[in-house]
Write a new protein. Structure first.
Length: 232
């Protein structure tokens, strides 16, 4: 069995991209930290945004690996947490919930039945692939709590406990770095010119995020193997 999921392997390539920006910024910093400060800041700010995007994509890829394996390996739906069904159809169920007039409610129920009724059964396996784009909708800005909530969609409610056990003394620091990364990314996206990092700070963040990604890969894959099927 592979040591890591394909999602983590792709994530490591993304981390290499971030490190390429960090190294270029570091080179400019050694050449002329004052005269090249605007270029250095731009590269470091870009590295923060890119790293946050790669982390978000990684979590979604992990989820999609599970969704794909559930269908491909014909996992029986009796084994699945009810939350999975809800998030498969959340967009349509929310439309039904938001409607007020009887005719509008009925129209939306018919739309739900026409589109998604084949998913809603506890008999056998899913007859068709689970729509990952719909399942992932609403997940962005991957703070620790949002990532934990995303894994809850599968019924994985012990993520924080499992991660803390794996990371041990590093857990609090790693969690804080993930939240700080997303907070800095949001400030950059909203035009905060003071939200930047030095090349050394980028290196420290990447190191911690890599550790976080590796631990998350291990605990989520282990949970899937116990409760669903292998995703490696």
């Amino acid at each position: 069995m592979a040591r890591f999921t394909s999602a983590y392997s792709t994530f490591r390539i993304g981390l290499d991209e971030v490190n390429s920006l960090r190294r270029m910024a570091g080179l400019k910093e050694r050449q002329d930290p004052i005269g090249l400060r605007h270029e250095i800041n731009a590269m470091c700010r870009g590295a923060v945004v890119l790293l946050s995007a790669h982390l978000e994509a990684y979590i979604k890829d992990l989820g999609e690996s599970a969704l794909d394996a559930i269908h491909r390996k014909s996992v029986q739906r009796t084994r699945l947490n009810s939350a999975i069904f809800y998030h498969v159809s959340k967009d349509l169920l929310d439309e039904v919930s938001d409607a007020r007039e009887p005719a509008r409610i009925a129209d939306r129920v018919f739309r739900f039945l026409s589109s998604d009724s084949s998913y809603w059964s506890l008999t056998g396996a899913f007859p068709q692939p689970i729509p990952a784009e719909r399942f992932n909708k609403g997940f962005s800005n991957p703070s620790f709590d949002k990532i934990r909530a995303y894994f809850n969609r599968f019924g994985y409610t012990d993520y924080r406990r499992d991660l803390a056990r794996r990371l041990k003394a590093d857990f609090a620091a790693v969690q804080n770095v993930v939240d700080h990364l997303v907070d800095t990314r949001n400030k950059i996206a909203h035009g905060d010119s003071h939200a930047t990092k030095t090349p050394k700070e980028i290196l420290d963040i990447v190191t911690m995020v890599r550790k976080y990604g590796m631990a998350t890969d291990a605990v989520f894959a282990a949970w899937c193997k116990r409760n669903l099927c292998s995703i490696k």
